[in-house]
Write a protein that binds this ligand. Structure first.
Ligand code: C2O
Ligand code: CU
Ligand code: CU
Length: 501
């Protein structure tokens, strides 16, 4: 893999594991401080003229670039059994399209940010430094992390320009696919869009013993949509797209509809939908199946589940194994987004090459199911929209207020939460700290994978009610829960709970 010289030219994104020092000396940002809000343009949707379409086809040609793998961050110290990392949020440049590189306001200036690999029960500290040069505050949240309130990235806990903060993650949780991203209130959508999202993978001995694909065969796929202006820069509207932003181009690990050379063996893909608002429905060509082995923050499912379609709302993750042994060298397997339009239907392609002796497997049993305490309470949250005095997304008729607590569950208990969507919007609802199982969607039982997974984000479809059983474990304190359509969360579909000790 990675023999394409253009992949090597991608610089920081090319290597499997590079030290922090190396990528600190990567592309530096000089004139990179201009904001992403260019003049309002009309190219957000599809172009109209044939000339525009032809030009677009060339710039965005699918399957031309090699799938980049975000580098794994090296700790600056492992003293005292704590893995200590340093990340500088700064401007950077990335070669995404032909011609002008794209400016990124990201972790180490890249998109996606570097991957952090953590071990269960081994603490991690991440010093995050705000050198973005935008004059704006930032907040970093570890999505799916069981994190103390001080380190959870509450929107009140900002890192001012030039400042830094040390986030502490205890990793007292099962192996799982988490991610870290911008979390300031009112600017999360813009911050993630500009590049602030990265993977955080927790591993544990139990998972290692299963024989699942590992190392270079365990591949993160950060899928998102973006739009570009004529100068190849990420284009975000100058008005606030309160319904949620939809880009017209799919990126995987920061590359436009890439391809990946794969051997004839099993691969594990940790798929994250890092889009601001777009929900994906992923299918493979040739009717090939994916074996889902994990989801969200709960990590592995009790048993693998074969699926032809995997839907992922924003922030949801699916851990899948794809079996490529049946495919002859030269086969091309396309991963598609069934929910997309002409421009956003193709996601990436797997090009099967020779080689690949199999060492991995997918056991029939993966994990013991979670032991649940008794359900001690029930809460209902209606999700709606108000137009006056200001357009606002609301939970129970209220927008976010950091002085108001909306729920006070007790640590160590479980509750049923009903998300009642009263309108036509799509609301991917997310709880910090607490993980949940989906009990019902629109009165129906969810599919086997969704039903058995421990999740942190679930799509609440238009005019439907979703009931989840939430486990309050970890730490007491104040945490937010919110819609993960980032523009909805920013305008103000967010509540707070105080978990009582
Ligand atoms: Cu991924 Cu509160 O967010
Ligand atoms: Cu979160
Ligand atoms: Cu929403």
């Amino acid at each position: 893999m990675g023999s394409d010289p253009r992949a090597a030219a991608r610089g920081p994104l090319a290597g499997p594991a590079i030290s922090r020092r190396r990528f600190l000396h990567g592309v530096a940002g000089a004139a990179l401080l201009c904001s992403l809000e260019g003049p309002a343009r009309t190219v957000l949707g599809r172009g109209t003229s044939a000339a525009f379409r032809a030009q677009r086809r060339k710039r965005f040609a699918p399957f031309e670039s090699e799938l980049p793998i975000p580098p794994v961050l090296e700790p600056v110290s492992t003293e005292g059994g704590v893995d200590r990392y340093e990340i500088t949020m700064r401007p950077g440049e990335q070669q995404i399209l032909e011609g002008e590189p794209t400016r990124i306001l990201g972790y180490e200036g890249m998109f996606p940010g570097p991957t952090i690999k953590a071990e269960r029960d081994r603490p991690v500290e991440v010093v995050q430094r705000n050198d973005l040069g935008t004059g704006e505050d930032v907040v970093v949240h570890l999505h799916g992390g069981v994190t103390e309130p001080e380190s959870d990235g509450h929107p009140d806990d900002v890192i001012p320009p030039g400042g830094e903060y040390t986030y502490r993650y205890a990793n007292r949780q099962r192996a799982a696919t988490l991610w870290y991203h911008e979390h300031g209130h009112g600017y999360t959508a813009k911050g993630v869009y500009a590049g602030r999202a990265g993977m955080y993978l927790v591993d544990d001995p139990e998972e290692r013993a299963l024989g699942l694909p590992r190392g270079e065969y365990d591949v993160p796929l950060v899928i998102c949509d973006r739009s570009f202006d004529e100068d190849n820069q990420f284009l975000y509207p100058s008005y606030f797209p309160i319904d949620g932003f939809y880009g017209n181009t799919i990126l995987v690990n920061g590359a436009v509809i890439p391809r990946m050379r794969v051997e004839r063996r099993l691969y594990r893909f940790r798929i994250l939908n890092a889009s601001n608002a777009r929900t994906l429905e992923l299918v493979l060509s040739h009717g090939a199946q994916m074996i889902q082995i994990g989801a969200d923050s709960g990590g592995l499912l009790p048993r693998p589940v074969k699926r032809r379609v995997i839907s992922l709302c924003p922030a949801e993750r699916a851990d899948v194994v794809i079996d490529l042994r049946e495919f002859t060298p030269g086969s091309e397997l396309v991963l598609r987004n069934r929910a997309g339009d002409e421009a956003t239907r193709r996601v990436m392609r797997f090009d099967v090459v020779r080689g690949g002796s199999e060492e991995a497997r997918v056991p029939k049993r993966l994990r013991d199911p979670v032991l649940w305490p008794e359900v001690v309470g029930e809460r209902t949250f209606t999700l709606d929209f108000q137009t006056s005095p200001e357009p606002q997304w609301q939970i129970n008729g209220k927008g976010f207020d950091h002085d108001r607590i909306d729920a006070e569950p007790r640590l160590g208990t479980a509750e049923l939460w009903h998300w009642v969507n009263t309108g036509p919007g799509l609301h991917p609802m997310h709880t910090h700290l607490a993980h949940f199982q989906v009990v019902s969607v629109g009165g129906r039982k969810p599919g086997p994978a969704d039903r058995r997974a421990m999740k942190d984000t679930v799509l609440v479809p238009p005019n439907e009610t979703v009931t989840v059983k939430v486990l309050f474990a970890g730490f007491p304190g104040r945490y937010v829960f919110h819609c993960h359509a980032l523009e909805h969360g920013d305008r103000d579909m967010m509540g707070q709970m105080r978990v009582r000790p």
